[in-house]
Design a protein around this ligand. Sequence first.
Ligand code: TYM
Length: 334
Amino acid sequence: MLNKKTLLSGITATGKLTLGNYIGAIKNMVKLQDEYNSFVFIADLHALTLPIDPKILEQNRHNIYAIYLACGLDPNKTTIFFQSDVMEHGLMNWLIINNTTIGELSRMTQFKDKSQKVKSANGMDTIPTGLLMYPTLMVADIMLYDADLVPVGIDQKQHVELTRNITQRINNKYKLDFKIPEPYIPNVGNKIMSLTDPTKKMSKSDTNEKSSIYLLDNPGEAYKKIIKCVTDSEGKIYASPDKPGITNLLNIYSALKEISLKDTETYFKNKNYKELKAEVAQTVKEFLQNIQTRYQQFLPLVDKLSKEGAIKAAKVAKANLLKLMKGMGLNNEK
Ligand code: TYM
């Protein structure tokens, strides 16, 4: 137990979780929890960067916790907690902010995309400060647990790279030995695409509900969304950057059935699009039915388990926060 490496990951509590969140991140958190000393949280402080109704935020927090459990995260193996329950995240963020520059934060792709959207939605030139600072909080999350491994989808890779740079900078500057974390990005399913526009990522903030499979979707409705998804007119089934819709269906099938993309392609090679869609839709439907039954069973446990998780997480977070504070000349506890 003591010499296990540490895993940390989280999901922002901004909306309903999608199949992309499961395949890109949660599935790997579950797969790795035996091997790693694991910390998984609900990034509710990150959810404040854009306006959010407090009631919705509270609902999202609760739902995500129960979804984690329903997907197979085991509280005996993974410390599962709400970010805002562990006060150290806020203070650590301040220490990190003072080791970054506005230049490196404004170069983040996600900042550029999101701030552009905010500007065009409001017709204003003001961007919420939280959008710019968001990656420093993510660096803080990772350093607080001194993580070795961070399972994420490809869209978060740049933030983990920033974390590596900043951690290295802090280690050099203050003569510390925080781990330089590695991202863990699945080969298949690191970017599940929108069902209505497969050139775009499936996203919980997409306003078109037909674009995403939500983990709490009615399974029958989810089936229909797959049947109606956008593909192409070639009629041949194989994975290729020119065939984003078909490739997306193959990736979803491969990830949920736990078979390689190559074997998935071989399996569907002589079938038609209708058959492909029906089989993927059925697989997704069964997956949702399975986790939703478990979700209902876990909901009543969230309050108790999240308190226990926060206590365990806070011990580790405090030790690492004090280590950095001491390095920076802010704490003289022996
Ligand atoms: P978030 O909430 O946007 O997404 C949560 C996780 O799901 C992955 N993901 C996807 N993977 C494949 N296909 C998709 N369509 C898809 N959509 C989302 C994301 O890559 C991510 O792994 N900043 C993070 C949350 C966070 C965090 C952290 C993660 C906060 N602190 C520390 C790791 C470590 C975020 O907003 O993810």
